[in-house]
Design a binder for this molecule. Structure first.
Ligand code: PLP
Length: 353
């Protein structure tokens, strides 16, 4: 099958460019103590997760219990939920996954840690727990070294929990366009994470892992980084948001669209904000890179004069944010040139719980 036979909008990923991006990421982690734990949120596709494991990933990072459920069911042996799982209704499933895989979760709250222990005690098995430390994103995370120590000791005292280390993700730096600021802040956070590790270890708490990192600043990590797990996701696909940073990764992901209407001043294609998400940056059409766009639910209007396009012609679109765009599709078409090599289900799309 070729892409011209696909019903649109369709999600395409270029196999050779994904392989290239994976090789670049491998060269970034080579020689450092960081091991790639790629983030599943970017593709939500078990087939891609399995390929990443074959290429040497230490495990797969995800954000949601539903994603972890899919990963364990697909046989991924090591899964990190880089997030808190708090709702009591969710804990039996968490405990069941922890019995079937090496499962890690984040925590920043004493009551939550005690609830995790109770859930694990009922089911047996061990759950690995990272204490999340807040490094400037103002999302989750303990806010002082003392608080991290208290939580780590509490985890260590539970028979069914194992202290796995620190989660310190600096999401505020991922899309920082100023390279100098990005480098400076990465080093500041490195120093702080190393100080925190030292503080805990001087007090008898061994810190086996420091986890975090993204596509946007993976290449800025120093060779002697204290981080052991790199959780980058978008590097595989890229998007218009990350393209602004001149990173060493190339665009692999596209939405294939069809022209549905042509007017003297504009061309309209068959997908809008229900397909092309807008949360980080606007998408663009490489055939009209500078054109003004306007979006509605199921249409995008490209303002361009006297186009020779006709209804039914196809146009490629570069998504604004790969992770949220993937989440709107049921399947991904892996291509080489015009040929469709594989059609893989995006099993975990919509798994928000
Ligand atoms: C916990 C965590 N780690 C890593 C990432 C980085 O992902 P990416 O490389 O796609 O920017 C994110 C992004 O949201 C995240 O929430």
């Amino acid at each position: 099958m070729t892409i011209t036979e696909l019903e649109t909008p369709a999600l395409l990923a270029d196999q050779s460019i994904m392989e290239e991006n994976a090789a670049v990421m491998k060269s970034i982690t080579a020689g450092s103590r960081m091991r790639l734990f790629p983030h599943y949120k970017s593709h939500k596709c078990p087939m891609i997760a399995k390929k990443q494991m074959e290429l040497g990933a230490g495990g797969i990072t995800c954000a949601k219990l539903g994603e972890a459920d899919d990963l364990v069911r697909e046989g991924i042996p090591t899964v990190v939920i880089a997030n808190q799982v708090v709702q009591s209704e969710k804990l039996p499933l968490l405990a069941s996954l922890a019995r079937r895989a090496h499962l890690t979760v984040c925590a920043d709250d004493e009551e939550n840690i005690l609830a995790l222990e109770r859930a694990m005690a009922e089911g047996g098995g061990v759950l690995h727990v990272l204490v999340e430390y807040e490094v400037g994103m103002r999302r989750c995370g303990a806010e002082s070294f003392e608080e991290v120590l208290r939580l780590a000791q509490l985890i260590g005292a539970q028979p069914h929990l194992s202290f796995h280390g620190i989660q310190a993700y600096a999401g505020q730096l991922s899309h920082e366009e100023n390279g100098e600021t990005r480098r400076r802040e990465v080093l500041r956070i490195e120093t702080e994470a190393a100080r925190l590790k030292g503080y805990l270890e001087e007090r008898g708490v061994l810190v086996p892992n420091v986890c975090g990192g993204s596509t946007g600043y993976a290449a800025e990590k120093p060779e002697d980084t204290v981080y052991t797990q790199l959780q980058a996701g978008s590097y595989l696909f890229m998007d218009s948001s990350y393209q602004r940073l001149n990173l060493p990764f190339r665009q692999a992901l596209y939405v294939l669209t069809s022209v549905v209407s042509v007017k003297p001043d504009r061309v309209v294609v068959d997908c809008g904000v229900k397909t092309l998400t807008m949360d980080q940056h606007a998408p663009y059409f490489p055939a009209f890179p500078e054109a003004e766009l306007s979006f509605s639910e199921e249409h995008t209007t490209i303002f361009t004069e006297n186009s020779d396009l006709l209804p039914g012609d196809m146009l490629l679109c570069v998504p604004g944010h790969c992770c949220t765009t993937v989440n709107t599709f049921d399947r991904i078409h892996v291509i080489r040139g015009e040929d469709v090599l594989h059609v893989w289900p995006i099993t975990s799309r919509g798994k928000a719980q």
